[in-house]
Design a protein around this ligand. Structure first.
Ligand code: F6R
Length: 359
């Protein structure tokens, strides 16, 4: 039931602060220690490489997961689009561990990979929102997102919940591997900050709607750019805009733009820079500047500690490892309000189904 909300998507965006609090209380103890099945951690400890598999938004959550696992556990981690992995026969390490990310737990592309993984007796974990779904039943281990049903075709709270679970899991594994950075990473406290931060962004939704109406409703194309973890969020941000507002949007590594794609920038093309990482903030700012001097209408989504005069949307400070949990929220809202103000069916975009059960 969507209650007083015009669309499920807005309801589901609004639920994200609570989803973060739920994850903190379900998967961490009051002391801050992770509360994750010890057997799962022991198995993961044996792995020399982690393979994350997903499609669409779940793939994008996997890209963030790679950063988390590599930072907090030092286990090399690969992320694969399910439909590619299934038929590409990728070379595996001696002792691989597979993580399947799937909101629905029914995505056929991901399941095809899991069938192969099981045929080889490799160990796997499914992180899903749906208990007893196919991927839930067929994996060795499972972790539920506990995000509540996601009805809108455009995935929002499942993405942030997947990242939340990955962060807790990476901390748990990192601690088991005695990584100091994992021991010092207070994920419980961070998820609390994230919940408050998400709410602060959602409270600015009227401002974001104005921006969407003025710059994104009239355009046929747009760009999100960033570096590192911000680049992964640019992909998810662009996907949201594409699927529900039909704006041809691209997420791009900001430094790579000048190697060709910048040719697409025209007078008024919206380009949003995502800036949450200290090391690369100034680089992305100069890449934005390059698009501006070619006529782009530029915007920024910036972490508070890195904000400057003239920034568009300022998101609260959280640990740089988990900024996607906040930086994606303005992009979700831009997509939502662009679709809404174009008079489209936000929850049921053309050509799409909520769960894709064909390969
Ligand atoms: C995007 C979206 C899709 C799904 C993808 C995988 O908003 O919803 O890209 O993320 O079809 O679905 P799941 O996560 O159910 O495997």
């Amino acid at each position: 039931d969507k209650g007083t909300y015009p669309y499920y998507m807005l309801k589901e965006i609004d639920e994200q602060p609570n989803v973060m609090r739920n994850l903190a209380s379900l998967y961490t103890q009051e002391s801050g220690r992770p509360n994750i099945d010890q057997d799962l951690i022991n198995t993961m400890k044996q792995a020399d490489r982690i393979y994350i598999v997903g499609a669409g938004t779940s793939y994008h959550a996997g890209l963030v997961g790679k950063k988390l696992f590599e930072k907090l556990t030092h286990v090399p981690t690969e992320v694969h689009v399910a439909s590619e992995f299934a038929y590409d026969n990728p070379l595996l390490s001696d002792n691989p561990f597979f993580i399947f990310l799937s909101q629905s737990g029914e995505t056929a592309d991901s399941r095809e990979v899991l069938v192969n993984v099981n045929a080889h007796d490799y160990k796997s974990l499914t992180i899903t929102n749906v208990e007893n779904s196919t991927l839930f039943r067929e994996a060795t281990y499972t972790l539920l997102l506990h995000a509540g049903p996601e009805i809108s075709v455009a995935s929002t709270k499942a993405y942030t919940a997947q990242i939340g679970v990955e962060a807790i899991l990476a901390k748990a594994l990192g601690e088991a591997k005695q990584q100091v950075i994992a021991e010092e990473f207070d994920i419980r406290q961070q998820l609390g900050l994230v919940a408050t931060g998400m709410q602060a962004i959602i409270d600015e939704k009227d401002m974001i709607e104005d921006l969407a109406k003025k710059y994104f409703v009239p355009t046929s194309k747009a760009f999100y750019i960033g570096r590192g973890i911000d680049q992964t969020v640019s992909l998810e941000s662009a996907l949201k805009l594409k699927e529900i507002s039909y704006v041809q949007a691209e997420g791009f590594a900001s430094g790579e733009l000048k190697h060709g794609t910048i040719a697409l920038i025209e007078e008024g093309t919206p380009v949003v820079g995502i800036i949450t990482q200290k090391r690369t903030a100034n680089l992305t700012r100069s890449n934005l500047q390059e698009t501006m001097s070619r006529g782009a209408q530029t915007f920024t989504i910036v972490r508070k500690g890195l904000a400057q005069d003239g920034d568009t949307i300022i998101i609260p400070d959280v640990d740089e490892m988990i900024t996607p949990l906040l930086s994606v929220v303005p992009a979700q809202l831009i997509a939502y309000y662009t679709s809404l103000n174009k008079g489209l069916d936000v929850d049921r975009p053309r050509n799409l189904a909520k769960s894709v059960t064909v390969e």
